[in-house]
Write a protein that binds this ligand. Sequence first.
Ligand code: PSV
Ligand code: MN
Ligand code: MN
Length: 400
Amino acid sequence: MRCRQLARKEPLVSLSPDTLALLEQQAIELPSWAFGNSGTRFKVFTTPGTPRTPEEKIADAATVNRFTALAPKVALHIPWDKVDDYAALRAFAEDQGVALGTVNSNTFQDNDYKFGSLTHVDPVIRQKAIDHHFDCIDIMHATGSQDLKIWLADGTNYPGQGDLRGRQDRLNDSLRQIYARLGDDHRLVLEYKFFEPAFYHTDVPDWGTSYAQVATLGDKAMVCLDTGHHAPGTNIEFIVMQLLRLGKLGSFDFNSRFYADDDLIVGAADPFQLFRIIYEVVRGGGYGPDSPVAFMLDQCHNVEDKIPGQIRSVLNVQEMTARALLVDSAALTAAQEAHDVLGANGILMDAFYTDVRPDLAAWRESRGLAGDPMAAYAASGYQQRIAEDRAGGTQLSWGA
Ligand code: PSV
Ligand code: MN
Ligand code: MN
């Protein structure tokens, strides 16, 4: 790897064979719900061609992979992706050239969960939430999935409404029961979020709470970091560093945000932040097929077309990964140890400002892909075809 000097006017060869070999290994998991309609509490706009079945969502995800070779897995959300036969769904996905990935549980859309799920004070409702996770684990056996992702909407709206400590203790007991059910190759990843839908307190609000919970479970329990789930101004790359240092970063939910949990296209709001995060991932051993860190997207496409939205997203992740791999780490360490403040900063910025797009396009072409997957998708006719073929039936939404 070497960092291109910006002043030099030589042909652009910024990505070395080593870097390209690392990029070859990139695998980003797409969320099935990104292909459904979504919106805000004000309006959900429908889009022609939106999937009506889990199979159609998988077909769209496989299309993203066909144009980019970057997205070989699709994450499911249960019960949004409920089918009768998960082994058949797996075979369908494999026929399309993708695998089924993370199974996301859902304990936030049932009236019983109004006052909590895995933290609920009523043992019957808490058991119902635990049983839902047991069902998800059964599904993982059929789909060949590795990760069970738990994001909880549990929390309270008013001080005094709940016993904060009691809820934490019940959460731990619930997680222990779920953890005990995991298969040998399974993992549990616990996602945190600082607010919403609860507004006073959330039961898993931050990485520290997630870490404190999963650390009591065992090696197969890790933290999931959703980039949109932090207070504005949070130094997310610091959290990435710390979790990797502790051996507990299990997965990312990538997206970007301007205000709260916006779920916009990753790298759209703040490409520099994405670069800084991926740099810490690479530096901390979190990149590559042998690393424990799953790269997933967690996004919604409210006004833009969903498939190109996902194509743009995986390209953004690839681009910032390429730039992160360009950081001259030996020079950076030397500058840091010499207390060369501006020199060290300059080395990082050199990599960030390197435009890797022409190299990535050339590399794609060398592998038989279109150099510009966005343009190739637009010209492919797929969008028009699904708009015609999928007329009738009920389009799926985020949340259904
Ligand atoms: C809700 O905030 C959320 O966006 C979480 O990030 C989950 O990962 C996702 O929904 C799907 O359950
Ligand atoms: Mn998420
Ligand atoms: Mn979210």
